[in-house]
Structures are given as structure tokens and as C-alpha cells.
Ligand binder design. Structure first.
Ligand SMILES: [Zn+2]
Length: 370
């Protein structure tokens, strides 16, 4: 891992500056990807943009920028993208500050701006070193999300295609899955979600399931396209639509991919599922309605946050029993006992005092083991 502190003049930065739809924004003699294609589309506010130019014109320092050095000797801007673009656009003449365009400034003023020196940290190292480093320095400027950091490390053809599908406002993934998936495409949250679903299902070169999003991205980094990732996402969303035919707002933001991975081969009946879901939606004992979908598949009651007896209820039940455990008939203190539903929720029992009792911890465990 190597980190180098360098000074780059605006003249060198602007050399070869280009902003095209095919190649994104480039500079530094064509060696710097200022904004790779399909990256963030945030637009710097005019005020922020002008403040950058004002700082440069006055010769005051800008905050440090971070560039990633790639194996082939080219660079990508990790932090400082908007400032870099503002500077280049100003020199090119895209906008004026205080009614002054760059080309209208006196010659000496122009030279002074071109000679202005930016402080840039250039870092190179293994992918995991870079990722660790980015996480550490991720403090300056606009905070990058975890997935934006990963994208900086595993940039390549595969990622460009994945971003085309998952990382733009109105991208195909968002049109297809918006009702079911939360998160902003441009902050890379949609991409992160689908990656978090697919990585455990895919095997690495040794035939072991991937342990992380990073290992999955590293393996696919040089792939020509991300069609497989897209096809997976499509399958997940279609499975959800076909399995849970009645849409409810609670369906947005669930970990659908993980349920799909586990139950895609299961023989599920949408009609009976819907009847069960409707009943649970109306059930006052179910506190977490969004957990119903995972529950009807897994039958794990923890997804439902079933209602529990309050401390007040526990005190009443305790006094009513005079501290005696009805199962073993021994006497206990309140803190040695736990509230229990005499008739469990799964058999229709409610969380009310008529269906409650205090059991000693041992008896309660014995009861729930049955
Ligand atoms: Zn007991």
C-alpha cells in the first residue's frame, strides 16, 4: 500500500479535459477519470461551485483531494469530483463567476489560476488495502456510501454495465423493482441491495460461496457485462410478483433476494399465502406487519414481533399467583420468573391477563421446548 502526497497544477489537471456521454469526464492528459460514465449525477449548486472558483482565484487552499491509482497508471477521482469538475468547467468557459468568464480575465490572472496547485493524495495498493484506506479517509467532502467506496476499488467493464442498469434515476432496475426495493440508485443503494442478495448464492473460483460483496465484485470485475446480475434481479422481482399477488406497502424494502434464494424452488400457493397474509395483517398480536412475508415462508415467529406482556402485566400476574410457579409449585421472586401465554399465539392465544401466567425460568424453558 502506497500513499503519495502530490501537487497538481490546474494547468495539468485541465490538460486533455473532456466531458462526453461515451467516456464520462476526463482530464490530466486523459489519464484521470474525473467522473466515469454512469457515476453520480449530483449537480453542484451554483453557490458551492462559485465558492470553489473564488477560493482558487484568491489563491487560498482547497481541501485535499483523493485519487486512486490504477494498475495501468491511470487514475480515478475518489474524493473531490465536484470541485474538479467546477474548476475544469470554469476554465472551459461553461460558466462565469461575478460576471467574469475565464477567457475574459486578464492574462496574468489566467496564468495565476492555471498555476494554482491542488493537493492530491494518490493511493495505490491491493483492492482490500484501498477499500480499508477509503473507509478511513472517508471524512472529507461528501460522505461516500459503502457501495460507492467498493465501486471505486472494483471499477471496470462489469461495474460500468451494472451501474447502467442499477445506478441511474429511472434505470431499468428501478422501473422494475421500485415498489419492492428501497434505496437511491444514484447513491448505489439499489446496486448494493442486489449484490447483497446474489453473493451468497454464487460460487468463487474454488467453488465456495462468496463471503462478501467485495469478493463477488472482484471476481466479476473484468467481465464484459453484468447481464447475470440483471437476470438474477429480474428473477427475484418476478418471483415476488407471482408469489405475493396482492401488493401492500409493507412489501417495499424487504430482503426479497434472500427469501428468493431459500424458497424459489418451493411449491408455493399464492392463493393460500394471500389468505394467511390477510389474516395476519388483521391480527392485533402481530406488531411487525412487514415481517409477515418472511413468516409465511419460514414460520419463524420472531419475524412478527408478537405482542408481549408489559412489566405492569407481569407484576399483576405475579401478585395474583403469590409468587408461586404454577408448574413446579415453588416460590420465586419476580425477577426469577417470566411471563408466559397459557395458550400460545399459534393456537389463538392473546396477550391479555386472562391468558397470562408467570413461570419460573426453568419451567418456562421446559414449556417452550415442547
Ligand atoms: Zn417452575
Amino acid at each position: 500500500m502506497q500513499i503519495e502526497l502530490t501537487n497538481i497544477t490546474i494547468r495539468d489537471l485541465y490538460n486533455g479535459y473532456k466531458d462526453t456521454a461515451e467516456d464520462g469526464v476526463k482530464g490530466f492528459g486523459g489519464k484521470l477519470d474525473i467522473r466515469p460514465q454512469y457515476q453520480r449525477e449530483f449537480v453542484y449548486k451554483e453557490k458551492q461551485r462559485n465558492a470553489v472558483i473564488d477560493t482558487v482565484m484568491k489563491g487560498f487552499p482547497l481541501n485535499i483531494m483523493y485519487w486512486v491509482k490504477r494498475e495501468d497508471g491511470t487514475f480515478e477521482v475518489l474524493d473531490g469530483q465536484q470541485r474538479t469538475i467546477s474548476i475544469c468547467q470554469f476554465i472551459k468557459g461553461d460558466f462565469s463567476v461575478n460576471y467574469q468568464y475565464f477567457h475574459n480575465l486578464p492574462q496574468d490572472k489566467q496564468v495565476q489560476i492555471l498555476d494554482y496547485s491542488l493537493t492530491v493524495y494518490q493511493c495505490e495498493g491491493t483492492d482490500s488495502e484501498k477499500l480499508e484506506w477509503f473507509k478511513t479517509i472517508n471524512i472529507a467532502g461528501e460522505k461516500l456510501t459503502e457501495q460507492e467506496l467498493r465501486n471505486a476499488v472494483y471499477a471496470g467493464t462489469w461495474l460500468s454495465d451494472a451501474k447502467r442498469k442499477f445506478s441511474k434515476t429511472g434505470c431499468i432496475a428501478s422501473s422494475l423493482g421500485d415498489k419492492y426495493v428501497k434505496g437511491s440508485p444514484i447513491r448505489q443503494e439499489l446496486l448494493e441491495t442486489v449484490l447483497s442478495w446474489i453473493f451468497p448464492t454464487e460460487k468463487d473460483r474454488q467453488g465456495n460461496p462468496h463471503q462478501s460483496i467485495e469478493s463477488y465484485m472482484a471476481l466479476h470485475q473484468q467481465d464484459e457485462h453484468a447481464t447475470k446480475l440483471w437476470a438474477y434481479f429480474e428473477s427475484v422481482i418476478n418471483w415476488v410478483k407471482n408469489t405475493f399477488t396482492e401488493y401492500r406497502k409493507e412489501m417495499k424494502g424487504l430482503d426479497w433476494g434472500l427469501l428468493y434464494n431459500q424458497f424459489k424452488e418451493a411449491d408455493l400457493n399464492p392463493k393460500t399465502l394471500e389468505i394467511e397474509i390477510k389474516k395476519l395483517m388483521e391480527d392485533d398480536e402481530v406488531s411487525k406487519k412487514s415481517g409477515i412475508y418472511a413468516y409465511v415462508l419460514t414460520k419463524d415467529e420472531r419475524y412478527l414481533n408478537l405482542r408481549a406482556f408489559t412489566d405492569k402485566d407481569k407484576r399483576i400476574l405475579f401478585e395474583r399467583q403469590n409468587g408461586i410457579c404454577p408448574h413446579c409449585k415453588e416460590t420465586f421472586g419476580l425477577n426469577e420468573m417470566e411471563a408466559d401465554h397459557i395458550m400460545p399465539w399459534s393456537q389463538g392465544g392473546k396477550t391479555d391477563l386472562g391468558n397470562g401466567q408467570m413461570l419460573c425460568k426453568a419451567c418456562n424453558r421446559r414449556k417452550s421446548d415442547k
